[in-house]
Write a protein that binds this ligand. Structure first.
Ligand code: LRH
Ligand code: MN
Ligand code: MN
Length: 432
């Protein structure tokens, strides 16, 4: 029996008040979709099966390099973070897995597994961290100031490799099947490091990490254009990332964090290319306006999110073979992180549902006839459809809330944990 930090009776009462309207909205949308030859129940089934992992570091308040403004009741460690993740899942029913970051979330693996099992959660890809120093870790005395996996000093590289191997070992004990490697390595000045030799050293380190992967594990390498390095970054773009994945072999795949590209980059085209290359490993979903803003998925440019899903759905079986993993990677500075994550998961599902509504046969026909207007209209038609009744139905049928943010506010969870968890100073877990 799963223990839920949200009273199921509360969700039932919440839904009882809204059920009639949802049923009417669902029937009305179903009628309109059937005129387009679409079976609403088939769409709802696919949406229900679609899940996205939440980042452990996302349930604490984030920050910028200028300041962090902690919210009330922030989780003080990984076990309280898991409690918050269970709230997100109880109400939204789209996020049954959590992605951990080591050493931020380091704890006894048996206890981690036990707590997650009790809460009905599981673990998605693990994340290693060699982008900051870990002075309290006796296994990591050397500094990553000038890099980690690509560092000029072999001893630092070996330490960084060993940290990744340890992260895999923890992940293996808690049922994860993948590790995501993102490094901050790069330079601030031309001439600071040799661009070619740095990359060679990185590849050599990654080969050692791949050699430590269990047979059923995958490794995702995550590219990012800049930050913390501002002149050059070792794993800077999807071209570099593809080279890496091809070099490292069949267990290696590229991870696309939507915030890690230059503004206006055509990310959906990158996704299409990586599917063609059979190297799309997964996503870190978020939204951005200027850089790696880590804003809530779909909050700035929902059309772009839809276009990414349009590529995924359009790829059909080619994508099924890749089974990319879906994770959120966000930093919540001004909202309650639980609310942001509930909403983001729903926005990601919305983009998926809308992409499922694209009339693909018609689209191909318009494309082949060079009918630019109707090709565009075919996508817009799907994007313009209000699929909220489908999303709400998927939630309710799985035991979640029709309006999960309203139900969360009604639950008083934040006030309850604020009383139990004294205000944190710098903690909350997360990158500043
Ligand atoms: C780097 C990144 C990467 C890290 C996370 C905290 O910007 O996207 O995925 O692990 O942020
Ligand atoms: Mn990321
Ligand atoms: Mn990022």
């Amino acid at each position: 029996m799963t223990m839920s930090p949200i009273d199921p009776g509360l969700i039932e009462r919440h839904n009882a008040d809204r059920r009639k309207h949802l049923d009417a909205d669902y029937a009305s949308l179903g009628e309109r979709l059937s005129r387009r030859g679409v079976d609403i129940d088939a769409i709802a089934r696919k949406v229900s099966a679609f899940t996205v992992a939440v980042p452990s570091w996302g349930v604490g308040t984030g920050g910028t390099r200028f300041a962090r403004f902690p919210g009330p009741g922030e989780p003080r460690g990984i076990f309280e973070k898991l409690d918050d993740c269970a709230v997100i899942q109880a109400l939204g029913r789209a996020t049954p897995a959590v992605s951990l970051h080591i050493p931020w979330d380091k704890a006894d693996p048996a206890e981690l597994k036990g707590r997650a099992d009790a809460l009905g959660l599981r673990f998605d890809a693990m994340n290693s961290n060699t982008f900051q120093d870990h002075p309290s870790d006796p296994n990591q005395p050397l500094s990553y100031k000038f890099g980690s996996l690509s560092h000029a000093d072999r001893a630092v590289r070996e330490q960084a490799v060993a940290h990744n191997v340890e992260t895999i070992r923890i992940g293996t004990a808690i049922g994860s099947k993948a590790i995501t490697v993102w490094i901050g390595d790069g330079t601030n000045f031309a001439g600071q490091a040799d661009l070619g030799r740095s990359f060679d050293r990185y590849l050599e380190s990654m080969r050692a990490i791949v050699a430590a992967l269990p047979s059923d594990w995958r490794v995702f390498t995550e590219h990012k254009m800049y930050e913390p390095a501002f002149y050059s970054t070792v794993v800077s773009d999807w071209g570099t990332n593809l080279m890496i994945a091809q070099e490292l072999g069949e267990k290696a795949f590229c991870l696309v964090d939507l915030g890690h590209h230059a503004p206006n980059t055509n990310i959906e085209q990158i996704v299409s290319r990586l599917i063609r290359a059979k190297k799309l490993g997964g996503f870190h979903f978020n939204d951005s306006r200027y850089g790696d803003d880590d804003l809530d998925a779909g909050s700035i440019d929902p059309f772009r999110l839809f276009l990414v899903f349009n590529e995924l759905v359009g790829a059909g079986e080619a994508l099924d073979r890749l089974h990319p993993t879906h994770m959120i990677d966000q930093s919540h500075n001004v909202t309650d992180p639980i609310e942001s994550l509930i909403r983001s998961a729903n926005e990601i599902r919305r983009a998926y549902a809308q992409a499922l509504l694209v009339d693909r046969a018609a689209l191909t026909g318009y494309q082949d006839a060079n009918d630019a207007m109707m090709g565009s209209e075919t996508l817009k038609n799907a994007f313009r459809t209000d699929v909220e009744p489908i999303l709400a139905k998927a939630r309710v049928d799985a035991g979640g809330a029709i309006d999960p943010i309203a139900a969360y506010r009604g639950s008083g969870y934040r006030a309850k944990v604020a009383a139990e968890r004294p205000a944190s100073v710098g903690g909350g877990g997360g990158i500043v």
